[in-house]
Design a protein around this ligand. Structure first.
Ligand code: DX5
Ligand code: ZN
Length: 232
């Protein structure tokens, strides 16, 4: 995949029908999603449990494009190989998940996946600076991770500073949590290019009747692009 800062919409299947992941992934891609965002939670790093590498491997054949795996787990390192083998294109680990994020990012790249660094709302950019040469994406959390459908926490200032820090490096800025047509423009304007959205994409439709997914994706994308004056 060539690097681009065009706005990308990444539906989070946390808000999909868990008994129908294959069809849900196909439906959002057919309806215009750029990436599919897969939230892995362990009930330890975050207060909720979703699923692991076996489910990711089962979902993989149903995603034509990018499978973007967000690990909300600690420890991370013992599971990286498993998620890479499951076919993750991008694996993001939290800077807060352990004392050796540098080693974790090395291991992700060594596995063949692109490396993402996720940062919680309470975490600053100090630790990110030393990692810029080892990452392909920074995932800025705009909710405290663990659940879909939470209220957006405005991180515009952090995203602006991160965008300046990244400069010309090919590193995506992804925003995760509370993205809607109202909040997407703020994040696009601050410098984000990947917008994760769970509830705002999956509301009002189903895999069998997916037109609402398409309308939701278009509304978010249009709002974000209008804010930065592009229609890429
Ligand atoms: C939160 C997850 C998010 C979540 C976003 O812990 O990482 O990806 O699914 O859901 P919404 O868009 O509903 O806030
Ligand atoms: Zn996520």
């Amino acid at each position: 995949m060539g690097f681009s800062r065009a706005i990308k919409i990444a539906p989070s299947i946390l808000a999909a029908d868990f008994a129908n992941f294959g069809a849900e992934c196909r439906a959002v891609e057919d309806q215009g999603a750029d990436w599919v965002h897969v939230d892995v939670m362990d009930g330890h790093f975050v207060p909720n449990i979703t699923f692991g590498p076996a489910t990711c491997a089962a979902i993989r054949p149903h995603i034509r494009g990018i499978m973007d795996v967000h690990l909300m787990i600690a420890p991370v390192d013992p599971y990286i190989e498993g998620f890479a083998k499951a076919g993750a294109d991008i694996i993001s680990a939290h800077i807060e998940a352990g004392p050796h994020i540098h080693r974790t990012l090395q291991a992700i790249r060594a596995s063949g996946a692109k490396a993402g660094l996720a940062i919680n709302p309470g975490t600053g950019l100090d630790g990110v600076e030393n990692l810029l040469d080892m990452i392909d994406l920074v995932c800025v959390m705009t909710v405290n991770p663990g659940f879909g459908g939470q209220k957006f926490i405005d991180m515009s200032d952090k995203v602006r500073r991160l965008r300046a820090l990244i400069g010309a490096r090919p590193i995506h800025i992804e925003i995760d949590g509370g993205i809607t047509p109202e909040t997407a423009p703020l994040m696009a304007r601050a410098g984000a290019d990947v917008l994760v959205a769970g509830s705002a994409v999956f509301k009002g439709g189903s895999a069998a009747d997916a037109a609402a997914y398409g309308a939701n994706i278009r509304t978010i994308r249009t709002a974000a692009e209008a804010a930065i004056g592009t229609t890429v």
